[in-house]
Design a protein around this ligand. Structure first.
Ligand SMILES: Cc1ncc(COP(=O)(O)O)c(C=O)c1O
Length: 468
């Protein structure tokens, strides 16, 4: 990686950004004051800002740069495909080579009979497609009563109207927005750490299953179209659901004909040491998998909805003379699909799934668990390279510190100063580094996080804030 941007240029970029770029999840008060951190370059697991400060990217971009930054092969495949065929209309009956190849490759990698792929521009639109596909499927089947959709409190499924309505994370549901509430319903969040004090884990699992059953009863299982679930709730704070609950809820869906959608936008493509986590990690076969992010490792925007033979056979039955009027100008974009194919090829060649599953994944969780000795760390949770540190004010009662202390952000600021990017989500710090990370880099990450937490704890003490 080479030199920094000249100071005036860096300043100009910062000012233009602050003036004109309205970012996802802008917090206007702080943004107007502070503007953005301008990123300039990246290689491997490190990014460099416009002033030349280097960071270990503990967030992997945004859970997406799975193969790491600066891959020459990825640059080449994008350039080559751009020269050859930059775009092809995907509507109706025109295609392109990378889109067809990638659809076949995803059918090969996905579990069971998930052999059919609809492409989108990212995770939200992949979930939108899943939603409409399900409506279409039930319509074709003649079960028009199946109008209700379930998802979980604490979940994140995207930022379009429907996917924000499916999202159950309270912090993302702003009162200024309207949400679809008459046909989208949320069941309990499977957050074992936040279970009521009087319940042990087994009792909490029973409660979660009973809550799901109660929702089926309330709406009438025959009126429910689908259940959307992340294998591990990501943006909601890396919540790993109890295995018995996952299997029970999946079974309830199966026995009641409810379509099970596994939102693998984060968990897909190696983050949990598997192409997809639903079958290989949680032992359940979904009807639909949605994915994005790691599909191209963030080198190009792309999402996919991969669905079963059973759904395909219904919607494509001969003689119906129907149109599945869903899709986007950039569905199956040749450059994005070429990028995904190369990304998958790199993962296969470098055995990255094995590297995560048998080496760095367990090591990362082991090292992060050492942070439990810190006075503010109430919980460390996750699997492989998807993890989260839960900061609390009282370990015994699991009480959080007051919101205005903004502990997650304070820790991420302290880490940033020391050359580490970690993501603050309320009182949590979330981590999802590139899959290429080494044990030495994990040691570096955890050491910086430890020092950053120590600094914040000292500051809190100086402010007279008690931590127990
Ligand atoms: C589980 C999950 N689903 C969907 C999305 C939305 O993806 P995108 O931001 O690419 O639209 C995200 C984004 O973080 C996600 O974490």
């Amino acid at each position: 990686m080479n030199a920094t941007l000249p100071k005036e240029v860096a300043q100009d970029i910062w000012a233009k950004d602050r003036q004109h770029f309205v970012h996802p999840w802008t917090h206007f008060d702080s943004f107007t004051e502070e503007g953005s951190l301008v990123m300039h370059q990246a290689e491997g697991v490190y990014t460099v800002d416009a002033e030349g400060n280097r960071y270990l990217d503990g967030v992997g971009g945004l859970w997406c740069v799975n193969i790491g930054y600066g891959r020459e092969e990825m640059a080449e495949v994008v350039a080559e495909q751009t020269r050859k065929l930059a775009y092809a209309n995907p509507f109706v009956d025109v295609t392109n080579e990378p889109a067809a190849e990638l659809a076949a490759k995803l059918a090969e990698l996905a579990p069971g009979t998930l052999n059919h792929v609809s492409f989108a521009g990212g995770g939200s639109t992949a979930n939108e497609t899943a939603f409409r596909l399900i409506q279409y499927y039930w319509g074709c089947k003649g079960e028009k009563n199946r109008k209700h959709f379930l998802s979980r409190k604490g979940s994140y499924h995207g930022s379009t109207y429907i996917t924000q309505s499916l999202t159950g994370k309270p912090a993302d549901r702003q009162p200024e927005f309207e949400y679809a509430t008459d046909f989208i319903h949320h069941v309990a969040e499977p957050n074992v750490y936040r279970r009521p004090h009087e319940m042990d884990e087994e009792a909490f699992t029973d409660f979660l299953i009973a809550d799901f059953e109660a929702k089926l009863k309330e709406l009438g299982a025959e009126n429910i179209a689908a259940f959307f679930a992340e294998p591990i709730l990501g943006a909601g704070g890396v919540v790993v659901p109890p295995q018995r609950y996952v299997e029970a809820v999946h079974k309830l869906c199966k026995t009641n004909g409810i379509i099970f959608v596994s939102d693998e936008v984060v968990t897909g493509f190696g983050r949990l040491g598997a192409w997809f986590a639903s079958k290989d990690v949680f032992n359940i076969q979904p009807d639909i998998i949605t994915c994005a992010k790691g599909l191209t490792s963030g080198y190009q925007p792309l999402g996919a909805t991969i669905f079963s033979d059973e759904i395909y056979d219904v919607i494509s039955a001969k003689g119906h003379d129907r149109w599945f009027t869903n899709g986007y100008t950039y569905s199956g974009h040749p450059v994005a699909c070429a990028s995904a194919l190369k990304n998958i090829e790199i993962m296969e060649r470098e055995n990255l799934l094995d590297h995560v599953k048998n080496d760095v994944g367990p090591y990362f969780m082991q090292k992060l668990n050492e942070l439990r000795d810190m006075p503010t760390v109430g919980d460390v949770r996750g699997k492989h390279l998807m993890a989260c540190v839960v900061n609390v004010g009282n370990k015994e009662t699991r009480e959080t510190l007051p919101d205005e202390i903004n502990i997650g952000k304070r820790i991420s600021n302290a880490a940033e100063k020391r050359g580490l990017l970690v993501r603050p989500v309320g009182n949590l710090n979330v981590l999802s580094p590139p899959l290429t990370i080494t044990r030495t880099q994990i040691d570096e990450l955890v050491a910086i996080l430890h020092d950053s937490m120590s600094e914040v704890v000292e500051d809190l003490k100086k402010q007279g804030i008690s931590i127990e």
